[in-house]
Design a binder for this molecule. Structure first.
Ligand code: FAD
Length: 512
């Protein structure tokens, strides 16, 4: 019987894992987190997926309590700025496409749409809410979409049926602190100390970790949450790391935390702005923006990237410290080896263009619970875990490569090169197909990776990869119902913009 789990690392990954295992197994499993006071957390990771809701609900944590304590804000989607042409933008929202007569509104937009109204504005309500900087909740707390409110209970990603309309922005350090307090209250042992050595037995399994001040700490299962260093999984166990830099060459980031003067203008979306040699995130928290430039050092050096970032978001604020980060892009060949499972940056990471880091953590934890080992350490269970994790990461990789392949921008060497990079297997066929018809659940990347077909279509159409013709059947179907649906959507959007408070107004109330 597995009785004790030792988690090394106290970043978002370590504390999410500890809290979740305690919520799942209670006192049947002892959980220890060993966290170094010398090695700091990565200090970024502020935008999430809408499915993060399953995680907080599983833990029984209430948004009204934790969100204000973590400087949080709402995220209705991602605004892609300048990816086609300067001063153009489109949204990738958390919103499925409505269907009319078996065809999505996007297909109807190809048939009937006034192409001067961009696809995202015509087919999603969320675009209007983003433009108007609206909160997704009324001042009385009710959600703008009917029927989706109320806690999900102890449910998982696999049980997601409806598309919840928002995710969060938050201060990742505050979330780690919040979860530390929560998990230790539930009985997680917290050891603030550095692991100096990982002791293996004669089979190569981890026997214990040796800390500087607390001596050896033994356990049955070890979870490596030590970030990019992969102290247990890579350094001690020698698991190979497979780089994705051949297809996703951005290997560095520089981040700035910028106080926001005009809180009223707080945006309910992440912005990803195309830059000369990469792209920049803007993540509005309650009182500041998180900003960062993600780039490839083949095309720009760190000093120049910092200058470009400062000029864009904090001119005259040279006092704000910049955080330069080297990113390890790719995944372990196996994330679970012997009695060690890697979760977080130690397992896999792709550039944060679609905010997938914390999603990978959530997915990894849920899969660990599903595949939890017993004393047999069944190799088939371990292999199944590894396959699920690898497929999810590979799916996101492919989806991100699509962003660069399809982006129209080609005015710098970086953007010219982006069109000619190799593609992961399967992407070229999918893009060829998407040139003549929209993708569906059968034609996107085939395994679970967190993105549905609407996301693939939102990116293709938003970036300008638009089929010339709609499905031929639409020429023979009565368009009246589709026209009525477009009208209904426009009217709902107008009503919601009028009725909902601004994002700042709602959050100010929550923070009061
Ligand atoms: P870290 O935060 O690096 O934590 C490592 C922990 O290990 C620390 O507590 C450290 O003290 C401990 N440790 C290290 N060595 C030892 C030792 N010897 N002994 C004991 N403890 C040790 N994700 C998103 O979902 N959305 C985003 O918008 C997003 N943006 C990102 C932007 C960038 C530039 C980067 C690099 C990542 C981003 N991520 C994002 C990913 C996200 O930041 C991480 O997934 C998340 O913070 C988890 O990090 P971690 O806990 O794995 O590692």
């Amino acid at each position: 019987m597995i009785r004790s789990v030792v988690i090394v690392g106290g970043g978002t990954a370590g504390w999410m894992t500890a809290s979740y295992l305690k919520a799942a197994f209670g006192s049947r499993i002892d959980v220890t987190v060993v966290e170094s006071a010398q090695v700091s957390r990565i200090g970024v990771g502020e935008a999430t997926f809408s499915t993060i809701r399953h995680f907080f609900d599983y833990l029984g944590l209430d948004e009204a309590d934790w969100l204000p304590k973590c400087a949080g804000g709402y995220k209705l989607g991602i605004r892609f700025q300048n990816w086609r042409r300067p001063d153009e933008h489109f949204y990738h929202p958390f919103e499925r496409l409505r269907m009319v007569d078996g065809f999505s509104l996007a297909e109807w937009w190809l048939a009937l749409g006034d192409r001067s109204v961009p696809f995202d504005r015509a087919c999603f309500i969320t675009s209007a809410l983003c433009e108007a900087k609206r909160a997704p909740r009324m001042l009385d707390g009710s959600l703008f979409v009917a029927g989706l409110d109320g806690p999900l209970g102890r449910s998982t990603l696999a049980e997601q049926r409806a598309q919840f309309p928002y995710a969060y922005h938050f201060d990742a350090d505050e979330v780690a602190r919040y979860l530390t307090a929560h998990a230790t209250r539930l009985g997680v042992r917290h050891v603030v100390d550095s692991v100096e050595h990982v002791a293996l037995d004669e089979r190569g399994w981890i026997e214990h970790v040796v800390t500087a001040g607390h001596g050896p700490i033994a356990g049955d299962l070890f979870v490596d949450c030590t970030g990019f260093r992969g102290l247990l999984i890579n350094q001690a166990l020698g698991t190979p790391f497979e780089s994705f830099l051949d297809v996703l060459p951005n290997n560095r980031a520089v981040a700035l935390r910028v106080p926001r003067e005009d809180a009223v203008e707080m945006s309910p979306y992440t912005t990803a702005t195309a830059m000369n040699a990469g792209w920049m995130w803007t993540i509005p928290l309650f009182r500041r923006n998180g900003n960062g430039y993600v780039y490839s050092d083949q095309f720009i050096d760190p000093e120049e990237a910092e200058r470009e970032l400062r000029a864009a978001v904090a001119p005259g604020r040279d006092d704000l410290p910049a955080n330069h980060i080297r990113m390890r892009i790719g995944r372990n060949r196996d994330s679970w080896v012997n009695n060690c499972v890697a979760i977080g940056l130690s397992s896999a990471f792709v550039e944060p263009l679609e905010s997938t880091g914390i999603f990978f953590i959530q997915h990894g934890i849920e899969q660990l619970v599903r595949h939890f080992p017993d004393q047999r350490w069944d190799p088939a269970t371990i292999a199944a875990y590894n396959e699920r994790i690898a497929r999810a990461v590979d799916g996101v990789k492919e989806f991100l490569v699509l962003h660069y392949r399809v982006a129209r921008r080609d005015d710098t060497p970086y953007w010219k090169e982006a069109k000619n990079r190799p593609a992961p297997d399967g992407l070229d066929e999918r893009l060829a197909l998407a040139g003549s018809r929209l993708l569906d659940e059968e034609t996107i990347y085939p395994s679970y990776h967190g993105f549905e077909s609407y996301s693939w279509n939102a990116m293709n159409l938003g970036l300008g990869h638009v089929p010339a013709e709609p499905p031929a059947a639409l020429h023979h179907l009565d368009p009246a119902r589709a026209r009525a649906e477009f009208d209904r959507l426009r009217a709902e959007a107008r009503e919601m913009v009028a009725a909902l408070p601004s994002c700042y107004e709602y959050l100010a109330k929550l923070n009061a």
